[in-house]
Design a protein around this ligand. Structure first.
Ligand code: NAP
Length: 243
């Protein structure tokens, strides 16, 4: 129970990687705020699973791309728990388009959630941290190894790695560590059907451990980065991708 007594917010925790991380943080003893955008039933199910293992969790709706929603989310955390120790910036969206098909809407949708949303959450979270804290930004291996039709999405994740490093420097003197996790190709609702056929075979061939990831493959690294076991680690971007 290395996170006993800690309060954690995980954005986009109603499914996929965020749900996996929320459950692992809960199992390690943290009280977990399970944020979601629209899938209340899924978020409630994650909360129920955490509680079923003896953990503590609540679900809070907020669209992380909207400043007013992010402020409301962290105001609720302040009112309910009084403090915060761990923020996992996970809520993200991917729109894969060849450059000829680029739309400004798709650009803003991805940058507003994947980059602005992460920054807004950090802005509000740091007001609640005590003398220490851990921020974990979910990036992607596409930040350094983009594939076809991913220019905008990969650029958002490159920005996540850079803002991670910049914020680690800015927040280090306040005892707040900031790291990013770069998942590889991971089975989640977002990727359902994406890894079929020859494309999927090509991705597996480029993965030394020879399979797609699962949220449970990513979550232990988040627990490590959230805990004091990683007390000397900040500003790092760590791949969790099977190689
Ligand atoms: P997912 O299955 O689509 O789940 C996305 C989660 O984010 C859901 O809980 C969703 O909530 C929430 N969400 C979406 N828009 C939101 C918003 N505006 N405000 C708040 N929450 C919002 O996605 P995933 O595959 O688990 O991806 C999670 C993160 O990992 C993303 O940052 C993604 O870029 C990154 N990643 C994924 C992979 C992969 O292969 N899956 C690889 C590398 C990196 P609702 O259900 O309520 O909409």
């Amino acid at each position: 129970m290395k996170l006993e007594g800690k309060i954690a917010v995980v954005t986009g925790a109603s499914k996929g990687i965020g749900a996996g991380i929320a459950k692992a943080l809960g199992a390690a003893g943290a009280t977990v705020v399970v944020n979601y955008a629209s899938s209340k039933a899924d978020a409630d199910a994650v909360v129920a699973q955490i509680q079923g293992q003896g953990g503590k969790a609540v679900a809070i709706q907020a669209d992380i791309s909207l400043s007013a929603d992010v402020v409301r989310l962290f105001d609720t955390v302040r009112a309910d728990f009084g403090a915060l120790d761990i923020l996992v910036n996970n809520a993200g969206v991917a729109v894969f388009q060849m450059i000829e098909d680029l739309t400004e809407d798709a650009f803003h949708q991805q940058f507003n959630l994947n980059v602005l949303g992460y920054l807004l959450a950090v802005r509000e979270a740091v007001k609640l941290f005590g003398p220490s804290g851990s921020i974990i930004n979910i990036s992607s291996i596409l930040s350094t190894d983009p594939y076809l039709a991913s220019s905008v999405y990969s650029a958002t994740k490159g920005a996540v790695d850079t803002l991670t490093f910049a914020l680690a420097r800015e927040l280090g003197p306040r005892g707040i560590r900031v790291n990013s996790i770069l998942p590889g190709h991971t089975n989640t609702p977002a990727t359902e059907g994406n890894f079929a056929g020859a494309f999927g075979e090509q991705l597996i061939a480029g993965t030394p451990l020879g399979r797609f990831g699962e949220p449970e493959d990513i979550a232990p690294l988040a627990v490590f980065l959230a805990s004091d076991d990683s007390h000397w680690v900040t500003g790092e971007s760590i791949r969790a991708s099977g190689g």
